[in-house]
Design a protein around this ligand. Structure first.
Ligand SMILES: [Zn+2]
Length: 323
């Protein structure tokens, strides 16, 4: 019998009628609910920690699915939790310490808020500063785009910033917040109290590092601290050491995997696409990103996701997502 563990990755769950400006990071709650419903009917869910252990022991008995959430968004608590509880589906929530502790929004959410609220001012601001053509050209005409149409531009800018060094990106976001002030929109992240409640209700909480910086951008000591200190912090807050680690932006290496193991975790997840078998390195587990689709596939998103989870498209999808 084949034994395979599929790990689903979710970030944001959006209320009906609302879209997130980064579509690969969001699924509408209606789609989410139907998808979890269909998968629950086949009784294929397993808690991730248990799934990883049974897979290793050759005791998984068939193909199982584990649900994970990255980044600690409040909609996980407000919208996803209900669906998961109603259908008895276990899930693991990977939270980063600093963003939750300080309730600082992620830089991409801050950038989006500024682009929507301050479009006209950004144009003159960015012209007067010595930024690269890449950043200037993305922002120079933003005031001419209607505020509700700025999402696609912001998404492209986020992609561009992701390709720059942590230092360049950090300086740009820092300048932006000095000029336009701190984020002032709705609360986007869960509090520790909400995360504690998830744990009390039987969900698992894992570490998504201390500061949510890609660990391959750091030296070995600093990366080690991100891994260890986040486990210590969660242990203090939740009374229990986390068993799972989730690499920020999926950036991992064998050395990082060893640091994760040394810190007492029993597994780690990446953003590498695919399924996991008994021989898969448990400190570099593959996942499948779940989100709404764009275009024609979004007319039947649940079917499309079920087709993906059947595994028959893996060859095609692996090639596409590697490119
Ligand atoms: Zn993340």
């Amino acid at each position: 019998m084949s034994e395979r563990l599929d790990i689903l990755t979710f970030h944001r769950i959006m209320p009906v009628g609302m879209k997130y400006f980064i579509p690969p990071m969001a699924m509408n709650v209606r789609t989410f609910s139907s998808l979890i419903d269909r998968l629950a009917a086949n009784n294929r869910f397993i808690a991730l920690e248990e799934g990883v252990r049974l897979l290793r022991e050759g005791q998984l008995h068939g193909n199982k699915i584990a649900i994970t959430f990255d980044d600690g968004y409040l909609d996980n608590f407000d919208l996803a939790r209900d669906v998961l509880q109603r259908l008895g589906a276990p899930a693991t929530f990977f939270v980063p310490i600093v963003p939750i502790e300080k309730q600082t929004v992620y830089w991409w959410d801050h950038l989006f808020a500024v682009m929507v609220q301050e479009g006209d001012q950004i144009t003159s601001w960015v012209r007067a500063r010595p930024y690269s053509n890449l950043l200037r050209s993305a922002l120079e005409d933003i005031g001419e785009i209607a505020p509700d149409k700025r999402g696609a531009r912001c998404r492209r800018l986020v992609q561009a910033l992701n390709g720059l060094s942590e230092e360049v990106r950090g300086t740009f976001i820092h300048d932006l917040s000095i000029e336009f002030g701190p984020y002032s929109g709705d609360r986007l992240l869960m509090t520790w109290k909400e995360i504690q409640q998830l744990q009390t209700e039987g969900f698992a909480i894992g570490s998504h590092s201390f500061s949510h910086i890609p660990l391959t951008d750091l030296d070995e000591q600093a990366a080690g601290r991100e891994i260890r200190n986040s486990a210590n912090f969660l242990e203090k807050i939740l009374g229990q050491r986390p068993s799972g680690f989730c690499y920020p932006r999926g950036q991992h290496s064998q050395q990082l995997g060893r640091s994760v193991e040394m810190a007492g975790y029993t597994y780690a997840v990446t953003t590498r696409f695919g399924s996991n078998q008994s021989h898969t390195d448990r400190f570099a587990l593959a996942r499948r990103n779940m989100s709404d689709f764009t275009g024609i596939r979004n007319h039947f998103p649940v079917t499309m996701h079920l087709v993906e989870l059947s595994g028959i498209l893996d060859g095609v999808l692996a090639a596409r997502r590697a490119g």
